[in-house]
Design a protein around this ligand. Structure first.
Ligand SMILES: Nc1ncnc2c1ncn2[C@@H]1O[C@H](COP(=O)(O)OP(=O)(O)O)[C@@H](O)[C@H]1O
Ligand SMILES: [Mg+2]
Length: 242
């Protein structure tokens, strides 16, 4: 039996709201294999960003477990979590989150230098080329369009060859055509590098590019479907609410 890249067991998250506890995620089970690409779909407020933050070790669950290659991460100290995130997790945000006082190339170099990668410069140049910005490496974020900034952010997220790459609404601030280009690039990089990708979106068409679509509703997995060759081939698991 192979150990999944990411496994989530009975993951529950509650937050205080107006003097009572609100259940944001309700006993979620999910297993994601190495190299798999998964879209997390669902309406606004269904818990997508919360789930992603818990997968990244950015927050701690109220109950349940998060395992990366079989290793529990939900109970690591802050220091250990920071190291784990730096080495093993790539993150792409809706609003790019590039360092504004650093050039495109420097933004990509940063995680490589933090990981003491001796080939950092070569890797940064290779990635700039892969995202079609070979001649823009010396530009600052303000000199780049939204789509270009997100391509830099993609290059940065893939730089250290993370074990898992998480993207929360990466096309949310881009127009349709630009968003599509960014997603195709994400899919290309994912295939080339064999990266495990979890992509949050509320746009069903975005999920066309992934192997699998997990639908959340009210903090539960409503549907978990496998996709092959662009077609939904069937439900892996059907979860009926109630
Ligand atoms: N820090 C917080 N405090 C209180 N409620 C929160 C907090 N973060 C998220 N929520 C609530 O949790 C639910 C799920 O939020 P979120 O994970 O951001 O959903 P999504 O990303 O699917 O839109 C929403 O009802 C939201 O209002
Ligand atoms: Mg969200």
């Amino acid at each position: 039996m192979t150990i999944p890249r990411l496994e989530i067991r009975r993951l529950t998250h509650r937050l205080p709201s107006g003097g009572r506890l609100l259940t944001i995620l309700d006993a979620i089970d999910l297993s994601i294999g190495a190299g798999e690409s998964v879209a997390i779909l669902g309406p606004s407020g269904s818990g997508k960003s919360t789930l992603l933050a818990l997968m990244a070790g950015l927050d701690r669950p109220t109950e349940g477990e998060v395992l990366l290659d079989g290793e529990p991460i939900h109970n690591l100290s802050e220091d250990r979590l920071a190291i784990l995130r730096r080495r093993n997790v790539g993150f792409v945000f809706q609003n790019f989150q590039l360092l504004t006082n650093q050039t495109a190339r420097e933004n990509i170099l940063l995680p490589l230098e933090l990981a003491s990668d001796e080939a950092a410069g070569t890797r940064a140049d290779e990635l700039l080329d892969q995202v079609g910005l070979a001649d823009r490496g010396h530009h600052y974020p303000v000199q780049l369009s939204g789509g270009e900034q997100q391509r830099v952010a993609l290059a940065r997220a893939f730089a250290t060859r993370p074990r898992i790459l998480l993207a929360d609404e990466p096309t949310g601030n881009l127009d349709g055509a630009t968003g599509e280009r960014v997603l195709e690039l994400l899919a290309d990089l994912q295939r080339q590098e064999g990266t495990t990708v979890v992509l949050v979106t509320h746009d069903a068409s975005v999920a066309e590019l992934t192997d699998r679509a997990v639908h959340l509703r009210d903090g539960r997995v409503e549907r978990d479907e496998v996709v092959a060759g662009g077609d939904r081939v069937g439900y892996q698991r059907q979860v009926v609410a109630g």
